[in-house]
Each structure stands twice: as structure tokens, then as C-alpha cells.
Design a binder for this molecule. Sequence first.
Ligand code: DC
Length: 223
Amino acid sequence: MSTKPFIIVAIDGGAAAGKSSSSRALSEQFNLLHSDTGSYFRSLASEMLKRGVNYSDTEAVKKALHSINLKTRITGRRAEMELSGYVAGDEIRSAEVNAAVSHFAAINELRETLKAYERSQAEVAKVNGFSGLIMEGRDIGSAIFPDADFRFYLHADPEERSKRRAKEGHLDKVAERDRLDSSRAKDPLACPPGAIAIDSTFLTLPEVVKKLAEIISTKLTAQ
Ligand code: DC
């Protein structure tokens, strides 16, 4: 009797590279739990700002982390992070959070807290009957799930990415965030060795999804 394998798909890339939209589509197509780790970093950054904790005060960040309890709420195929009992809303996409999130994301203790949480989502996906987990972020294929079944790296011209954000109505300095994200000491944004890199500058979303889906299907069929 053949049982379908549980798969882990890692999607990394810079801001507005198309990770979330393509992950959402693939989660539907392959029955995967979708985990948007950028939203987790954003939720923690937003909570810190609400509490008046500055990213330059690492001790205060550490102290705040101890008082925060992280759980997962599944909505459709999306794994949302519950932070001490609530799921953050649109405030995590504000210009203030956009400007601060990469600074918070460079703090080791904050990354370690989220690393443990992110890894635990494979089990959450399994016990909830999903065929796998699709996790997107900056360090998924390099640090969170280096042994993932599929590791993709999406990139696109910074100008094109800024346009995409502006179309969504968000003020976001994508090149500046990429600079901070790829230059931090801990688990920086990079195309992990062995990952499949896709440039989406001149591709539509359906074209990107088709490319990724074909790679996944081909390997799954061969197994
Ligand atoms: O994917 P996003 O633009 O919503 O991510 C927001 C920020 O969170 C990003 O600029 C850096 C940080 N981040 C990270 O450091 N590691 C991840 N795996 C995901 C996001």
C-alpha cells in the first residue's frame, strides 16, 4: 500500500518577491498548511512597539519575549500565530512596523523564539490532516528546514517589488529591508545552496505558481 509522503516546501526571498501569493496558491493545490513567517516577525515587532520596547534595547526585548505565549490558530489552510491569545490584524503591515521589523528580526533571542515555534508547525500540519507544510520567509531553506523536500528562492527586480507593494497600498522600503535582512549576522536572507532560484520580475503570479507546482508534481510523481 502506498501512503503519500508528508512534504515540506520552503520558500525564501526578499520583500514583495511573490512568496505569500504563490505559497497561498500552492497550499490550495497540494493541501499544505501555509505558514507566513514574515507575519510572525511582524506580529512580534508590532507587539514590542505597542509595549514601548525599542529594538536597540535587547534586554527589554528578551524580557518581553518571556511574557509572550505563542500558539497556532488554523484558519482555512493558513497557520496564524496567536500571541498571548490573539491574532494580530492589519496593524502588522503599517509603515511603522515595516520600518522596525528587520531591526527586531536581527535580534538572536527573537529569532530563536520563532525558530522553535516555526519548526513545531510541521507537527501542527500533520496532526491537522494536511499533506505537508509550506513555509515562507528569509531563512526557511537555510536555517529552519534545511532538509525540506523543496527549497525555492524567489527574487525580482527591487523596482518591480516596490511597485507591487505600492499597488497593495503599503509604504515599504523593500530595498532597505533587503539590505538589513541580508546583512544581519544571524540567519541572513540568502539563496540557500541547492535551492531552486526563480526570478519573477517578468512573470505573472500564475506563471510563477505553475513553475513551482510543476517541480513539486514531477518529484512527487517520481517517488
Ligand atoms: O515577509 P515579510 O516582508 O512580511 O517579512 C517581514 C520581515 O520579517 C522581513 O523584512 C525580515 C523578517 N523575517 C525574517 O527575518 N525571517 C523570516 N523567516 C521571515 C521574515
